[in-house]
Design a protein around this ligand. Sequence first.
Ligand SMILES: Cc1cc2nc3c(=O)[nH]c(=O)nc-3n(C[C@H](O)[C@H](O)[C@H](O)COP(=O)(O)OP(=O)(O)OC[C@H]3O[C@@H](n4cnc5c(N)ncnc54)[C@H](O)[C@@H]3O)c2cc1C
Length: 313
Amino acid sequence: MQTFITKLQTYIKEGDILFKEPMSGHTSFRVGGPADYFVQPASREEIRGAIMAAKEEKVPFFVIGNGSNLLVSDRGWRGMILQVGKNYQEITVDDNIITARSGATLARVAKEALDHSLTGMEFAAGIPGSVGGAVAMNAGAYDGEIRNILLDAEVMTSEGEFITIPAADLDLSYRHSCVFEKDYLVLSARFLLAPGDPGQIRGRMDELARARKEKQPLEYPSAGSTFKRPKGYFAGKLIQDAGLKGYTVGGAQVSEKHSGFVINRGGATAEEIAFLIAQVQKKVEQQFGVRMEPEVRFVGFEEGETACHFLQK
Ligand SMILES: Cc1cc2nc3c(=O)[nH]c(=O)nc-3n(C[C@H](O)[C@H](O)[C@H](O)COP(=O)(O)OP(=O)(O)OC[C@H]3O[C@@H](n4cnc5c(N)ncnc54)[C@H](O)[C@@H]3O)c2cc1C
């Protein structure tokens, strides 16, 4: 691995490479074991350099943003976690267009929109993800979605090429984009907003923040909605109707406030969370014949080891 580290160091500053870094400090679930190499690049050349070094040296890598939609295994990640985050978050505003590097949080971009009296971004202010994660997941809330405001995204292809893709070609649909299938890394996004009244923009953001606080268990670590909305149903209602509200495995629990959220009540392990997710999935399917697909992404679980794996234990 020395060759990989040496190569990495030619691209990335010393303080931006961490070793054996606990992922619990970088995920909103607050669980996850160590990443062998945790890298925080500061330019697109650094991003490319780190990924090419990993590919050349056959080091497994995974890209994360703000870690708000991830369940990282207790064993952590053998290889490199590349966090496009705090070192890569410049935002610029030009008329009605906001350009944000993918490491910027949606909250910061929304604040920038407010400061420039631009409307359209209010729905995103309370989503705790990065621009990269939000484009990849087509994040959305309260009738708003990234695809409604996205003009285009600059991505890096798996060959290390930088290209700009119009939103229409990103195959954006409910919590989906082609970013994963095409193996793109999102570098930046341009959002087209409209002039608005700052009082109204702030009012809407405050209103949505109140709604979140009232309905969601924000006082506990979680990854937001655990499951995608199955067609024709609401995941939270199905879970509640299956009698699983408050269902607990160790430190993991189906929130009593919002059944669509699995929370870390304190001291949960990733395995407990994964097991609980699998149980919920199984019980809902048994009772209602509806297969719910996790929205949360599993990282560092072994090949073939999905949530279902834990059911067999
Ligand atoms: C309390 C709470 C509330 C939430 N509410 C909402 C909500 O209302 N609506 C909603 O949609 N989501 C919500 N979420 C989930 C989450 O915030 C979103 O899915 C967000 O878009 C994830 O962004 P992230 O930067 O945290 O991505 P991460 O969790 O770091 O990664 C998620 C996925 O995106 C990929 N990814 C990240 N960055 C990049 C990049 N630059 N290029 C390519 N791929 C990348 C990762 O590989 C991973 O597969 C909530 C989460 C929490 C904890």
